[in-house]
Design a protein around this ligand. Sequence first.
Ligand code: GA4
Length: 329
Amino acid sequence: MVVLTSATLEQITLPVAPKLGTYFSGTPVINLAQPGLETLLVRACEEFGFFKVTNHGIPVELMARLEAEVVKFFALPQTEKDRAGPADPFGYGNRTIGFHGDMGWVEYLLLDVTSKPMSHTSLAFLEEPAASSLRSALSDYVSATRKLVSEILELMAEGLRIQPRNILSKMVTDEESDSMLRLNHYPPCPHLQGPDCCLTGFGEHTDPQIISVSRSNNTSGLQISLRDGSWVTVPPDQDSFFVNVGDSLQVLTNGRFRSVKHRVLANGLKSRVSMIYFGGPPSGERLGPLPLLMKEGEQSLYREFTWWEYKSAAYRTRLADNRLGQFER
Ligand code: GA4
């Protein structure tokens, strides 16, 4: 642990993270323009629970436009940003994550983007005229990402040979689907210059939802945990999306797909900005292994639960907890 104090920071104790190490070269790459990618996609979800998507069709200008708006927001005076907080869980949060003492070297905006199109938000500041360009970039980005998520889930269903093609995607495209957008800013940490300069930005966790799609600027920091328990650093790529399997998809596939543990390390020199779309099902959706995926005699690893039940339970946990444990049979 390291205790940071300065005239401008209240005292904050954060876990020091291991070094970033070398870049992992094994990230599966799913080129959406390549025929026959369904099999590769399924293999990536089984082996890593994680992959990178290229040729996704989302204009880089849209990604850059939202990034510029996000950078502008986080550059506002602290008092202005605080007007959008505290995160309850939606809104602006600074260094505290969730409700049970998790901390990270990060500030963020967590938005409920369930309504389709994004006509209103739960945050008053986003309705103000000064926030109109941020709101418009968010709205365009969310629509584009939602379409991408739906396409990926349909390709997954094809790869898994289950029908109908929208069996998974409809859970995140439904009017009531519980989706969120997270905008993260990991500022450079001036107290930590030097070779051993990493600090936990966002501690290790799995995502509770079905699928998460993230895009970041070209600053590294994202790490994933491999099957053998080792942590590897994912090389950043600002033109691509990174996708991870969430707990709900692990359940729907009866453990065949892996909800990947991941974390973000902040560094002393460069700021990292990321935007993550979390595709979740409607509150009342019952989650359990899809019968079409069960082989003869295969036992369900989980008892059935609703997304509301799972999400409420998740908010009673800390980041690194094994949230699915209490739903295992
Ligand atoms: C992890 C994935 C998403 O970022 C998130 C996070 C949520 C939050 O930050 O409010 C949680 C975390 C996430 C899982 C456990 C609980 C809830 C913080 C936390 C300690 C928005 C989500 O849906 O679950």
